[in-house]
Design a protein around this ligand. Structure first.
Ligand SMILES: [Zn+2]
Length: 539
């Protein structure tokens, strides 16, 4: 008898449909066909042992298992369950009428238990695309209820042993549903113990981070060590809005095979903050998948998503950079990153799939502008240091904030929850208006949503001409102005928003940046100068 059932092959960012044909005919031995990896020979042994142990009859005839399509290799232990069920159905020990309606996968233990399957989001997406009723497997407990919520129309057939799976295919009964874990969609444990109120003072920096979070803007923080740059960046997760709806699908697809807390964060739409290790190579950072391919995949809107996935990408890796999409990438001590990595990073910053937050010291020794200590850097050292902040880099930074030491105050600090409520409000108005954050809009789209009066446009163009802003910088300025208006709840962008936005792009406004100022001063005499880079926030 010939039976057909459906299973799947996980690839880097999705699942590909695999059909398994099982035929029992005259002859001997079990034959595996269809471009299978050697790991499937182990599956054969496991399935034999499990069926024998569970008192099923092993067909003593020629059993042929054929995996389709043939154009990619079938690899992994998850073919155990479909193979076992296929053999039982083909040897008429189980009825076949339900077999073709589900995607089946699961790795068997010798006692007949099924290991919890990873990457079930993508399996459910595939089941939906191929008009199946659902997926039969052992879902990991942490993600089961999140997936239930995301796919209400699909059947999530939870089976933890081969016995339960055979019972389901024999008479449609499933074991009772596992109770939900006590987690809500905004899992508090993910951001526990990190609040902006832990950092005293630094109001301009906190405000800049709030603006960056609301509009998805890139930010550079320059300041001496110990002023709270890293502390605040690590607490950024507590004020970030949810992931933009158009990005949720690729992010869920990417993280559904990850560790549980990462997977839950992705399934619930929580943005993550990732600190990049400067020892990572360019390949580790950007992966082995072609940048063009992954970018197109990440940018594609849900409705236009192609159901077919190029199987040539089967074993390609996604780099740390792309794994942060929808979230924040934090590069501490930016000046110490290799130039190759920085160059590639700058290219990717244009697309605003990942928000980039950079931090660096004002000079190599870090004492520049310290109230007590004197900076001992030579002019040439400062010169080399500043070279890292190239024009291309400055151009892509929506905001640059210079911080200084602040005396400790016992003033009550604003909690992250209060900042987050403002950020979320501004984010919501952007989603309702344009479906993405301001930083992700094209110039043409920005012109439409800014709703500026003629006089404001005149002011904008005057300032841009005066500061000699590039087209890219003008676009960033417009997006930043729109975010400032959104945070205030204003319908249209006016002169004051543009002025504040210009202030936040400090490196454009002042003809001489504080670093250059420092270099000039240090070259003449080694004295301490005061950074005059005050910013206007109009907040
Ligand atoms: Zn120094």
């Amino acid at each position: 008898m010939l039976v057909r059932l459906h299973t799947t092959q996980p690839v880097s960012l999705s699942h590909v449909a695999v059909t398994l044909e099982v035929n029992i005919s005259k002859g001997i031995r079990l034959h595996l066909l269809g471009n299978t990896h050697s790991s499937l020979r182990e599956s054969k042994q496991r399935v034999y042992t499990v069926l024998k142990r569970n008192k099923w009859h092993w067909p003593g005839q020629r059993t042929t298992l054929n995996f389709l399509p043939l154009d990619f290799q079938k690899i992994g232990g998850h073919y155990d369950l479909p193979m076992a069920l296929g053999i039982l159905c083909a040897s008429q020990q189980l009825p076949v009428h339900r077999l073709g309606q589900y995607i089946i996968l699961g790795q068997l233990g010798l006692d007949g238990s099924i290991s919890p399957s990873q990457d079930m989001y993508n399996a459910l997406v595939l089941a939906k695309q191929t008009n199946k009723k659902g997926v039969v497997t052992n879902f990991s407990r942490a993600t089961y209820h999140h997936l239930r919520r995301l796919f209400p129309e699909m059947e999530l057939c939870q089976v933890s042993t081969l016995y339960e799976a055979t019972a389901f295919f024999a008479n449609g009964t499933l074991p009772s549903i596992i109770p939900p874990l006590a987690v809500n969609s905004e899992d508090k444990t993910l951001i526990k113990g990190s609040c902006f109120s832990d950092v005293s003072g630094q109001q301009p920096l906190k405000k800049a981070l709030e603006i960056a979070a609301a509009g998805g803007h890139h930010l550079m923080m320059i300041g001496p060590p110990g002023v709270g740059k890293t502390m605040l960046a690590s607490r950024l997760g507590s004020i970030l809005p949810p992931i933009n709806p158009f990005q949720t699908h690729p992010i869920r697809a990417m993280f559904s095979s990850n560790e549980e807390h990462e997977c839950i964060a992705a399934l619930s739409g929580i943005r993550r903050v990732e600190l990049i290790d400067r020892n990572l190579t360019k390949r580790e950072l950007f992966g082995s998948m072609s940048n063009e391919h992954i970018k197109a995949w990440l940018m594609e809107e849900d409705d236009h998503r192609k159901s077919e996935y190029p199987t040539g990408q089967l074993s390609k890796k996604v780099g740390v950079f792309y794994r942060s999409s929808g979230g924040v990438l934090f590069l501490d001590e930016f000046s110490s990153y290799p130039i190759k990595v920085v160059d590639q990073l700058l290219q990717q910053m244009d697309h605003h799939l990942v928000q980039v937050i950079l931090a660096m010291n004002p000079c190599p020794c870090g004492n520049f502008n310290h109230p007590q200590k004197a900076c001992r850097c030579s002019a040439s050292a400062l010169n080399n240091y500043q070279k890292k902040l190239t024009a291309a880099c400055k151009d892509r930074l929506d905001m640059t904030i210079y911080t200084q030491y602040e005396l400790w105050t016992d003033e009550l600090q604003e909690a992250s929850s209060e900042i987050k409520s403002r950020v979320k409000k501004a984010w919501k108005s952007q989603m309702e208006r344009q479906g993405r954050q301001n930083a992700q809009l094209s110039t043409a789209a920005l012109e439409g949503v800014c709703r500026m009066k003629k006089s404001s446009w005149r002011y904008f163009h005057q300032e841009c001409a005066g500061q000699k802003l590039s087209i890219r910088a003008q676009q960033s300025l417009l997006a930043l102005s729109r975010t400032l208006a959104d945070l205030k709840g204003d319908k249209s962008v006016n002169n004051s928003h543009i002025k504040s936005a210009l202030g936040l792009r400090l490196n454009d406004r002042s003809s001489m940046s504080p670093l250059e100022e420092a270099r000039e001063t240090n070259s003449e005499q080694r004295i301490k100068v005061n950074l005059g880079g005050g910013i206007e926030l109009n907040a």
